[in-house]
Ligand binder design. Structure first.
Ligand code: ADP
Ligand code: MG
Length: 268
């Protein structure tokens, strides 16, 4: 049986490092030994190495994209109880998780009272999209607005917004927590205008558009923002009772207390 010459082995290590093929560098020796032992044709050996490098690269890419997405942990579609939100079907959401709506820069807007599952659903969709190869950033709207305000002060707003272009989807959680009392919320207007018909936004809000006059500096800007956002958008109105409160009530019921006696407590 032929085996790798020790001189070749040393050279291979150096060459693979130079070529930046770390995954192949890790496995080539044991794979070569197996190929020698089992008498693989050279082509098969090379294909196995290339496949390994590609699989490792895509695994590392996914890992990077998950880290940069800053999704809240544990919020997945699997752990989302669709029965609690009858207005949304699982099929609808699964279509959004795989679909190419992000190609056209379409938007998704989730409205509903606190506790209804908006952030959970947004994060779960974000996670599914990252797994499908898209790049996503999840952020509280306030945090991003503050970052953009700093950029504006440093005369770098345009660059900061352009940098966000690498994300196919920007999830702006709780847009209505931003108020125009905070100076210059027009950075949000700039962001939304810049992404219009190019890059997608997923926005969650406790109040639908009626209250958005409180977010933007003037009426004209509010109208312009709403106009751009809804032009290509799917809107889910999640008018359901707080999931936390419901879950607490169910726990009480299952302990045998009649539902009429169920009370809402501080930890509900
Ligand atoms: P919102 O963003 O609308 O205020 P959240 O998404 O933060 O609500 O939901 C509040 C809590 O209840 C979270 O812990 C979330 O995971 C959970 N939750 C809400 N809706 C659901 C649901 N349909 N299935 C499973 N968990 C849910
Ligand atoms: Mg939320």
């Amino acid at each position: 049986m032929r085996t790798t010459d020790p001189g070749d082995a040393a050279r291979i290590e150096l060459l693979l490092a130079e070529l930046r093929l770390p995954a192949i560098k890790l496995v080539w020796a044991s794979l070569a030994a197996q190929a020698d032992k089992e008498g693989w044709p050279a082509g098969r050996f090379l294909a196995a190495l290339a496949e390994h490098e590609i699989a490792e690269r895509s695994r590392r890419r996914l890992e990077r994209h998950l880290a940069e997405a800053r999704l809240p942990p544990g919020k997945t579609l699997d752990s989302f109880d669709f029965e609690a939100v009858p207005v949304i079907s699982k099929a609808q959401v699964m279509a959004l998780a795989g679909d190419a709506w992000l190609n056209n820069g379409a938007n998704l807007l989730l409205f509903g009272p606190p506790g209804g599952g908006k952030s959970h659903l947004a994060a779960a969709l974000g996670f599914a999209l990252v797994e499908n190869g898209w790049r996503v950033l999840f952020t509280r709207t306030i945090d991003l607005v503050q970052r953009l305000q700093i950029a504006r002060r440093e005369l770098a707003l345009e660059a900061a917004i352009a940098k966000l272009d690498k994300f196919h989807l920007l999830i702006l959680d709780d847009i209505a927590y931003v108020t125009k009392d905070q100076a210059e919320t027009s950075v949000l207007f700039e962001l939304i205008s810049a992404r219009y018909e190019r890059r997608s936004l997923l926005i969650t809000a406790n109040q639908p558009f009626g209250e958005w006059g409180k977010i933007f500096p003037d009426q004209a800007m509010t109208v312009a923002v709403v106009d751009r956002l809804v032009h290509h958008a799917t809107i889910f109105e999640m008018n359901v009772e707080s999931y936390r409160r419901r879950a607490a009530l169910e726990r009480k019921r299952s302990r045998g207390r009649p539902p009429t006696h169920a009370t809402i407590t501080a930890n509900a």
